[in-house]
Design a protein around this ligand. Structure first.
Ligand SMILES: Cc1cc2nc3c(=O)[nH]c(=O)nc-3n(C[C@H](O)[C@H](O)[C@H](O)COP(=O)(O)OP(=O)(O)OC[C@H]3O[C@@H](n4cnc5c(N)ncnc54)[C@H](O)[C@@H]3O)c2cc1C
Length: 316
């Protein structure tokens, strides 16, 4: 069964400040994913794919805001069969090169490919242009790691390895009466995808933690979306509780909605317990993801578990 994805009539993601050439020019037509869900319920669908190694070439790169840089890529295989399904769509970018500077990819055999032993980082697929066969990835800039450094200098013609997508998770339309979204800079590209895929007129609230107003971006949506920008100012990324506090203080109308939050792993951790045990949301009505962890390079997301204190509290 294919699922109708909610893109009809939606303006393509806006780019700010005179860089319109980076935005796809026309609204995206509705389309059905030809991919079969591995697991599906009335509310969600989980997809698994044989992860494909690819060499990407930079087509263009521009600054979206003070902290985000958008890089547009084409692929040597023209992104054959590339799935573009949900805000969870992401790739592993691979930073290994040979002595000539060409990307080195993990070996692919029998439909299997592992990035183990390679320098890789996860990134949201911000946009896939099915006509031009290009993808956009929005990178947080900074001096923190290999990916941030690569993105700061990315220029047309640069080449980079990628692997995936390995899978994605879709929260279906027409199931939830309201949405709450929360993200720091690293999850803002995924939040932007959430915003543009929400059903028309549905009440939605977004909390976004950034340094200051120079990091704001447009978040076009057909939903009735209210965006609250939370400024951490001079505090280092991942060191405040701004995001978690804002979500916890937000009054949820009832239990018929969906809460998605992603950002620095320790900063958002407390939300799992809050949503599950205090707000009492069903397990398939929220998702809290650590996208990176302060002080740790190459963070791999562990299976998120509620903390023992909250489990004990819930058991009382
Ligand atoms: C599913 C998924 C989707 C993601 N999508 C995006 C995306 O679209 N855009 C994006 O920019 N990131 C995204 N991330 C986060 C990104 O993978 C990490 O931030 C990654 O660590 C960056 O790699 P790096 O090589 O720059 O830093 P690393 O080498 O991994 O880390 C070096 C140091 O920098 C710190 N650090 C890592 N990330 C940040 C950050 N964002 N801000 C400040 N300090 C940091 C680490 O704590 C460490 O101390 C995503 C992560 C996941 C799991």
């Amino acid at each position: 069964m294919s699922i109708l994805l909610p893109y009809e009539g939606l303006e393509a993601p806006a780019a700010r400040g005179g860089i319109a050439e980076l935005s796809p020019a026309a609204p995206r037509p509705a389309f059905r994913t030809p991919h079969e869900a591995m697991r599906e319920s009335a509310r969600t669908a989980t997809y698994r794919f044989s992860p494909r190694p690819r060499v990407l070439t930079v087509v263009s790169a521009v600054q979206l805001s003070a902290s985000l840089r958008r890089v547009r890529f084409r692929a040597d295989d023209d992104f054959a069969d590339f799935p573009f399904i949900s805000p969870d769509d992401h790739l592993k970018l691979i930073f290994d090169t040979d002595t000539a500077g060409e990307p080195v990819l993990p070996p692919f055999a029998d439909g299997q490919c592992s990035p183990r032993g390679f320098v890789h980082r996860d990134f949201t697929v911000r946009w896939y242009d099915t006509t031009a066969r290009t993808i956009d990835i929005d990178f947080v800039l900074g001096t923190h790691g290999v990916a941030a450094h690569w993105a700061a200098d990315a220029a047309p013609g640069d080449r980079l390895g990628s692997l995936g997508p390995r899978g994605t998770y879709l929260v279906k339309d027409g199931v939830h009466d309201w949405y709450v979204l929360a993200a720091d800079d690293s999850a803002l590209p995924a939040l932007a995808r959430w915003a543009e895929s929400l059903p028309e007129g549905t009440p939605a609230t977004a909390f976004v933690e950034v340094q200051d107003a120079a990091s704001h971006i447009d978040l076009p949506s057909r939903a009735d979306l209210t965006v609250h920008w939370l400024h951490r100012g001079e505090a280092a990324p991942g060191t405040t509780t701004l995001l978690a506090d804002a979500v916890m203080q937000h009054e949820l109308p009832d239990r018929n909605g969906y809460v998605w939050a992603a950002g620095e792993a320790l900063s958002v951790k407390s939300l799992r317990c809050h949503l599950q045990f205090r707000a009492g949301l069903p397990r398939d009505s929220w998702s809290v993801e650590g996208y990176w962890r302060r002080g740790r390079a190459d963070y791999e997301r562990p299976e998120p578990l509620p903390c023992s204190r909250c489990q004990a509290e819930a058991a009382r």
